[in-house]
Design a protein around this ligand. Structure first.
Ligand code: AMP
Ligand code: MG
Length: 504
């Protein structure tokens, strides 16, 4: 299918279009839908440079019109991608890019290929009842949180640009429209495999698998069963990714199979948020009334999603379904160990433990339980622990900083005694441990109330200074930025954001 093809701008971005070379049923070829009066909100200069893109060009009027979807760069072959997915566990056979257009791929300085996609770029044949648009709030949220994740060292899609459209978008209220330009290793989702599996289109599944292997997992090509080797890689990346989420208190919010990238990046930042005080049942998304995607469920949901992916691959694994099932099961079974190991390694490091002891998990869980019972702030607790020494008495100033995060400080004191006993058995000293812990326990995360305040200022007062300031602070999450102490603080009771709406 070919829609509205195509208004060219002279921008000379070296787009390649390997996805658009796949069979036509993988996508719809179409332009983004133009908008009335675009304005640049932010261009990510550092990312543009990493991608080898010309900043001068991107900041020109032609650049703005590309980011707004008003003009398509000459080398781009824009498409809306087809996919399906399980949303909150229910099967939806046809989703697809209902408000996104893939412009093409660029290759960065290291030879890595990235997709460049507009999100909020107008209706497509996959829009169903949606308007194809995004409003300013979710665009800023995705910009902030995805860039923060990158700075934290978590695999994630990135934000190259945000523009306002000069148009109004109707959600619970009327809001200013915006478009995000997203950069991702992949926009292929578990749901992309499901889309073709549902129609038993084995030929398409083969094309898709070959494409994913070639682009992301070339080593799998030489394996006895390449698609099984691909599955193994995806399982491993997803397990490690979710372990990283757990270790920084990130809650994705909508872990539907259409929001899970096969490249193992965090993708589709909807009603996502970081926990302030630790509680395993924390949910932010208003639409997630059952808590399906609560913090503590993320590891098992990822496994469930991967099992859906494995199902789609069965016909490619072996002709005999029994054998295929058995082999896929072995791979899926490797998830739990991979996750546990990544999680334990991450949590040990958060506590400054470099050696492996059998009961470390007990020490970790004991702390988490005490944190949950005492409403201790997740980020501040671990950051505060980084400053503590083995030997100092428990009433020193740093120690008070941490214990005062607990409703009942004595709950922390008891745990602290065990932790110090465990630290004595470590070979590294205080200063080495402190440096290591400070480099992985962030001082600042994009706290929900701060993100909301940024959105409020932008939407109500057209004031983007709070956004710029927050971005500046989040770029260095592991540094103590003394001028910006307020960004490290949890919300005051009146600032707490209880629900993050999905009206994205
Ligand atoms: P999400 O919940 O953002 O992952 O989106 C789920 C599905 O709904 C995807 O197919 C999106 O493309 C589609 N979608 C979300 N919002 C809109 C919108 N405003 N207009 C059209 N499609 C949308
Ligand atoms: Mg999505």
């Amino acid at each position: 299918m070919l829609i509205n093809y195509k208004v060219i701008t002279v921008l000379n971005i070296p787009f390649d279009n390997t996805f658009a070379r796949l069979p036509e049923r993988f996508f719809v070829r179409m332009n983004p839908v133009p908008v009335a009066a675009p304005k640049m909100i932010k261009l990510n200069a550092a990312l543009a440079q990493q991608l080898g893109l010309d900043l001068h060009e991107l900041s020109s009027p032609d650049g703005l019109h590309m980011f707004a979807g008003n003009r398509v760069p000459q080398n781009s072959e824009p498409v809306a991608m087809a996919y399906a997915g399980h949303q909150f566990g229910s099967w939806v056979p046809q989703l697809g890019d209902g408000r996104a257009i893939l412009l093409g791929e660029v290759i960065d300085q290291h030879g890595t290929r990235y997709d460049v996609q507009l999100k909020g770029s107008g209706r497509t044949p996959f829009s169903r009842s949606g308007d194809g648009r995004a409003w300013l709030g979710p665009v800023l949220r995705e910009y902030i949180v995805s860039e923060a994740m990158a700075a934290l060292g978590v695999p994630t899609t990135r934000a190259l640009a945000a523009v306002s459209t000069g148009e109004i978008v109707r959600r619970e209220e009327l809001f200013p429209g915006a478009i995000l330009t997203r950069v991702a290793r992949s926009h292929i989702r578990i749901g992309t495999f499901q889309f073709f599996s549902a129609s038993q289109d084995i030929d398409a599944l083969r094309h898709l698998t070959n494409y994913v292997i070639k682009r992301y997992y070339p080593e799998a090509e030489n394996a006895p069963i390449p698609c099984l080797a691909m599955l193994e890689e995806i399982v491993e990346r997803q397990a490690k990714l979710v372990a990283q989420w757990q270790c920084i208190g990130f809650i994705h919010g909508v872990m539907n199979t259409d929001n899970m990238s096969v490249a193992g990046e965090t993708i589709d930042f909807g009603p996502c948020a970081f926990m302030d005080h630790y509680h395993p049942e924390t949910v932010f998304s208003y639409i997630d009334q059952m808590g399906r995607y609560a913090y503590q469920n993320q590891p098992s949901i990822a496994l469930w999603n991967l099992a859906q992916l494995a199902n789609t691959l069965l016909p490619l694994i072996a002709d005999d379904t029994e054998i295929a099932l058995e082999q896929a099961q072995v791979t899926i079974n490797s998830y739990s160990e991979c996750f546990e190991q990544a999680y334990l390694t991450g949590m040990r490091a958060k506590l400054g433990l470099t050696e492996v002891h059998d009961n470390d998990i007990t020490l970790i869980n004991d702390l988490l339980e005490r944190m949950a019972e005492n409403h201790a702030d997740f980020t501040l607790t671990f950051r505060g622990l980084s400053e503590l020494s083995i030997s100092k008495a428990r009433d020193n100033a740093q120690n008070n900083v941490v214990r005062n995060l607990f409703d009942k400080p004595a709950a922390f004191d008891q745990w602290m005694t065990t932790w110090r006993q465990r630290l004595i058995q470590e070979s590294s000293g205080d200063s080495t441990r402190r440096a290591a812990m400070l480099s992985i326990n962030p001082a600042v995360i994009p706290r929900n109330h701060q993100v909301e305040a940024v959105i409020q200022a932008a939407v109500s007062d057209n004031d983007f200074i709070p956004f710029e300031q927050l971005m500046l602070v989040l770029a260095k999450p592991y540094e103590d930025q003394s001028d910006y102490q307020q960004y490290t603080l949890p919300p005051q009771p009146e600032e707490v954001v209880r629900n993050t709406f999905c009206g994205t």
